[in-house]
Design a protein around this ligand. Sequence first.
Ligand code: ZN
Ligand code: ZN
Length: 321
Amino acid sequence: MPQEPALLPSSADSAPARPARRSLLQWFDSAAVPAAEGADADRVDWLRVLPFVLLHLGCVGVLWVGISPVAVLVAALLYVVRMFAITGFYHRYFSHRAFRTSRPLQFVFALIGAASVQRGPLWWAAHHRHHHRHSDAVEDLHSPRHGFWRSHMGWFLTRRAFATDLSRVPDLARFPELRWLDRFDIVVPLAMAVGLYGLGALLQRAWPALGTSGPQLLVWGFFVSTVVLFHATVTINSLSHRFGRRRFPTRDDSRNNLWLALLTFGEGWHNNHHFYSSSARQGFRWWEIDLTWYGLRLMALLGLVRDLKPVPEWVLAKAER
Ligand SMILES: [Zn+2]
Ligand SMILES: [Zn+2]
């Protein structure tokens, strides 16, 4: 795969062609271009984000491929597994170190997280730590104070947000397997798309009564499930800083919102989380449903994860009020 040569000026390159080549290179190698800065960095690089646009257009495929119970089941299952990987691992484990696990399991959940098409674990954690440091201040890339669309997805599409700032995640960057996954973040999503197509084609031949096909599983399992998963996840940036109750008077605008907590498996208790972000649990009261916490408790019982950081007594006492 060509890398550095495209970055170096060459007499054969015409000036207008170079930015396009740079954007295309970033589809395959996210570290191909240094971090963007300056006023231009806040513009959307449409060529670079074309795969993100195509991901959404792929959902229109439902008009051609039809629907079957197995396709909906696969889409729902992939939503559940990947949402758990995002909330339990990309967020609570990689970003906040709220519990411990083995290196192999760390990699397995980094892989499942990467299949969510929300970039690599280092990129995700680096941006998230920055969000906590500058919540709703000028520097916060996805504060709703910059407008709804900017907080929901606009920030994610800019050149400024594209690079992974490894200085924010030195604890994670020491694992070469994670750095690789982060750099070539298109590999896992592509493999999943091909795998779903293959599975659908196989089921069509082996069990035609299921009424599915390669294109159908690709559209439902990859495009529809991933797009719903993406928009559900980013409601925590756009809506959880706007709608809901503020139990704790944090410096930011974070809110607790039951509906968003249900959609995102516990992340909607966002004001709790901004007040005390290092615990593995985000629903602080028994009735604050936090599916990720229950999943992590189960994994701890099975010996897969350990040292789940609890919510301290003094925080629970404040949450009583
Ligand atoms: Zn937040
Ligand atoms: Zn967080």
